[in-house]
Write a protein that binds this ligand. Sequence first.
Ligand code: ADP
Length: 828
Amino acid sequence: MLNNTFNNQENSSIESINPVDSLEVLLHKLMNRVRQYAELSDILSVTVNEVRVFLETDRVKVYKFDTDGSGEVVAESVNECLPSLLGQHFPAEDIPVEAREMFQTVRQRTIVDVTAQTIGLSRFLYPDSDNNDIWFRHVDPCHIEYLISMGVNSSVVVPILYRQQLWGLLVSHHSVPRNVTERELQVLQLVADQLSIAVGQSTLLQQTRILAQQEATINRVAKLLHSMTEMQLQQALELAVSGLQASGGRVYIAPQKPNEEPQIYSCGSGCILSEDYCDWLTTQPTLPELNHIWVINDLLVSALPEYLANDFNKAEIRSLLIVRLEYHTSIVGYLSIFRSSIDTETLWARRRDPLDERHLRPVKSFEAWQELKKAQVNPWTAPEIDLANSLGSHFAMAIQQYQLYQKIHAANYNLHRDIEQRKLFESKISALNAELETRVLERTTELQQANTELKHEVKERQQAQASVERLSRYNELILNSAGEGIYGLDANAKLTFINSAGARMLGYQVEELITPNKHFLESVIKHTKPDGTAYKWSENPIRATLEYGKVQNICDDIYYRRDGTKFPVEYISTPIEEQGQIIGAVVIFKDITERQIIERMKDEFVSIVSHELRTPLTSICSALGLLSNNSLDSQPVKKHRMLEIAFENTNRLVRLINDILDIERINSGKVSMHFQICNAADLMTQAADEMRAMAEKAEITLCVAPLHAQLWADPDRIVQTLTNLISNAIKFSPAGSSVWLSAEIQMTPHILFKVKDEGRGIPEDKLETIFDRFQQVDASNSRNQGGTGLGLAICRSIVQQHGGAIWAESVLDQGSTFYFTLPLLRGA
Ligand code: ADP
């Protein structure tokens, strides 16, 4: 297209540039034309047009070298005499290395005349030569053949240098032989120099453009990345990929915490790669530690694990750029940019094939040949690597800042949520508090009211309790002070209470008896009928109380003590009723052992007394009977005897009755003792005096040894006791024997009286019983000795009333001694 454009301009150029203009004018005009264009291709096209106008040759072209020595016709102005070579590539060997070196080092210019087979060489920088010096020599036949095959008979070549390096050639071809003047060469040299400048400017412009483009890319990427609220990483990646003319990319963001998953963003061919790539990337030891960027131009020649090579192959990735994303010292992730292979298209001036025989021979034709190369590496250029590096920095910074932002945001969010929750909580609490306060207020009022009532109730209850306790104490006192045993039973005959007298009678402590689940009647008191046979429960009298509420008054039952001994009882069982229901029974029992003994004794006493009274009465009755019918009137002795008998028996009867009444009165406490200070010696003397007549009558010697001691006693009763003992001693002693009355002081302090005789003695087993009423060693005593069997009983009663003791010691047929003690007067 350019070619056409400039061909169209050809006419105007011809008008403006005249071959005969001065060199300066020519150059001025040329530069004016050139300055209108900024692009190198435009400048080159204008230049070749202007130069061809100036030279009036068939072709003027600019040939540009590649780095490998090959070259391409980048600008051409040609007429119909020669075929166009524009855009065609020529292999490196077409212009040998030596020639290229001469172009560069001494800026050698060549002028070939095919017809003359000469080549004119002019070395612009050759020492000791004029710049325009040309010398000619024979040209290389190959060169001639090369030019001929191109249809060229005359050529001029001037090197174009950029920064001391061979950049290209300004070439003029003419189909017919033509001389090249020194001026023309000078013009061409000047044009080549200007082109060098243009190349420099163009390169600078190009670089500036690339930089501007890169900056724009960086800015756009940065804008996307550095949005604080939303990091548009995906779009930024896509932009980076397109800015680097890549096929895809991937960003790997390393997890911030050990249990977190990494974040991966992919685009283009990067999406096809499996996660293995990132795993490989993070564990890649070959990544140079100090280099942030890793450039792989051709993955096919890189030593990759097979699974990765397959992955890359599948994703059609050929080149790889890895930027380690670092912020300060921490690695935040990796940015990977992928590039596919590309197909190249080169238009060669001829086929360059080492096997092509034409290549071995001198060039004969220039048949244009389009070479297509598939799957070529599209390597990373230095600016691209720089761009990737810069982008990487932005990614790293943005990720770091975003993560920081996220953290702050999360913290803010949590803080906000906490505050909200706290506010909610506080409002709930204050609502609850208000409710609670109301409730507390209500409750307090209720409680105060209840409290007042309660206090009142408590007071009443305390009073009631006190009454109950008082009553209970009274009851307990009554129960415990009662001589009778009292116990309570529940409906199942289990003991509910027992007073201490009851427990004591049974041989227990109260606490021992109050044990639950024990049938009290059957397992504790085990009471039986009077004959000892056990009650069946069905016939137990207390059962009738418990079941029918019958009050039972039993007076001849037997209870058993803990030790197995039994005792006779009488008891009353009364039901306990509550709301018409019998809930138990109270049993009051009494040990009637004593009473039974007394009753027995009373019975015995009555029978003895009646016997003792009846005997004298019978004698009196029969004596008086005989006297009353006057049958003994004729027998005065017998009649007198009868009267004596009646008199004696009457006396005996009087004595008996006196004794009986005496003992009863003393025992029952009806006879009060008249205590006074008295002298023991006086009492002993008085008693002895009273008994002296009886002793003399019985021919017994009564010996008295009075002892002076002060006593607090009833003197009459003590004299009665002493006379009774002396009388017994006289009664049961033979005539001629002696009776001694003596006394002695004891330490206790007591006085001990002794009445000793030499009589018949008392059997040992009777020594105690003789002190009981109506007890005599021999029943005939009462008849023979006129005794009643009551004397010693009266003595014991009197002594005991004085706080003393009385006992007897005796040896059969040798005599007896009766002792009694009396307390001495204190301080006497
Ligand atoms: P009594 O009127 O029969 O003497 P006592 O009570 O005085 O009644 O004596 C009871 C019995 O004790 C007497 O009947 C007698 O058998 C016996 N007794 C009392 N004193 C003596 C004694 N000094 N020597 C032998 N027997 C005595």
